[in-house]
Design a protein around this ligand. Structure first.
Ligand code: SAM
Length: 298
């Protein structure tokens, strides 16, 4: 009699364990699905990219992988080949309903998948402490979704996301560069973000009008508590709302007046003539701390 693992191995050999262009088009036809731009529906038709993403994310058999926007399942299948457990959150009911069937046909690990049919912005709970976030994010909401999951799910230690190339550049940008802005500082509050490579537009169906990049992140110890984060994020929003202005002017609406802003910046040890783009997240923390110490309050 064959052992369980031998049966699984033989089934895997016989089974097509990935989705290519033909399978993706056939699935879309079966579901009568016209990819919706508003939902960022560009599906990966190249299984090698999916395997590469999972490899870069260093997903192991101990991991519970969280995928936002599994679509037709290309990346989900690559995740199921490595992770102990996969939870996939999909907003489109046709895709969410079809995913378990697709996975049952193409993977021996279908029992390891949980599909949550929901808008990722409404999900407040994911059972079994997900450890790694791996997603080809819907491009129109990639930054708020990523920041939300870093905030709400502290067990996510690391991950790899595929986003529009310009968005990736902003997420990994360092102070003093043209790409440095709100996403860079807020992402840096939660994690270290690094560029993990470029992806051409022809690995997708339909091909988007933009190129994509992979960003790998590793969670860090945050530089303050939740109260501090809220204050820092307000300071960041104010500084970059008028990014060409010096901090003493840019922070005035948030702090009350240019003179208060100047006093807070001086107490924080920050030159009031600098612009927000010069500061690391720690600089914004110094401003938030000075504001609190001066009794201006959060
Ligand atoms: N992961 C699939 C792939 O790589 O082929 C599909 C990625 S596609 C870029 C984005 C997916 O996110 C789509 O399936 C879309 O329906 C889904 N989506 C869009 N907005 C969403 C939201 N707010 N919450 C959950 N899923 C969303």
């Amino acid at each position: 009699m064959l052992s369980d693992s031998l049966v699984r191995f033989r089934t895997q050999l016989l089974m097509n364990d990935s989705l290519g262009a033909i399978e993706i088009r056939a699935l879309a036809e079966k579901l009568n699905l016209k990819p919706a731009k508003s939902l960022g529906q560009n599906f990966v038709i190249d299984a090698n990219i999916c395997r590469k993403i999972v490899r870069l994310a260093e997903v192991t058999s101990a991991d519970h992988a969280l995928e936002i926007g599994p679509g037709l399942g290309s990346l989900t299948l690559a995740l199921l080949a490595q992770a102990k457990m996969v939870t996939a959150i999909e907003i489109d009911s046709r895709l969410a309903n079809e995913l378990p069937h697709t996975v049952a046909l193409h993977s021996t690990n279908a029992h390891q998948l949980t599909v949550i049919h929901a808008d990722a912005f409404d999900v407040t709970e994911v059972p079994n402490n997900p450890t790694v976030l791996v997603a080809n994010l819907p491009y129109n909401v990639s930054v708020p979704v990523l920041l939300r999951f870093l905030e709400k799910f502290p067990t996510l230690n690391s991950g790899v996301v595929m986003v529009q190339a310009e968005v990736a550049d902003r997420l990994v940008a360092k102070p003093g560069t043209k790409d440095y802005g709100i996403p860079s500082v807020k992402a840096a509050w939660w994690s270290q973000m690094v560029n993990a490579g470029s992806v051409g537009r022809f690995v997708f169906w339909p091909a988007p009008n933009v190129d994509s990049k992979l960003v790998r992140f590793t969670r860090r110890v945050t530089p303050g508590d939740e109260e501090m984060r809220l204050s820092v994020f307000s300071a960041v929003d104010a500084a970059f709302a008028q990014r060409r202005k010096m901090l003493r002017s840019a922070l005035a609406p948030w702090l009350g007046s240019p003179s208060v802003a100047e006093a807070v910046l001086q107490r924080a040890g920050i030159d009031p003539t600098l612009r927000g783009e010069a500061l690391e997240v720690e600089g914004f923390c110094a401003i938030a701390r000075a504001k609190l110490e001066m009794g201006i309050g959060f």
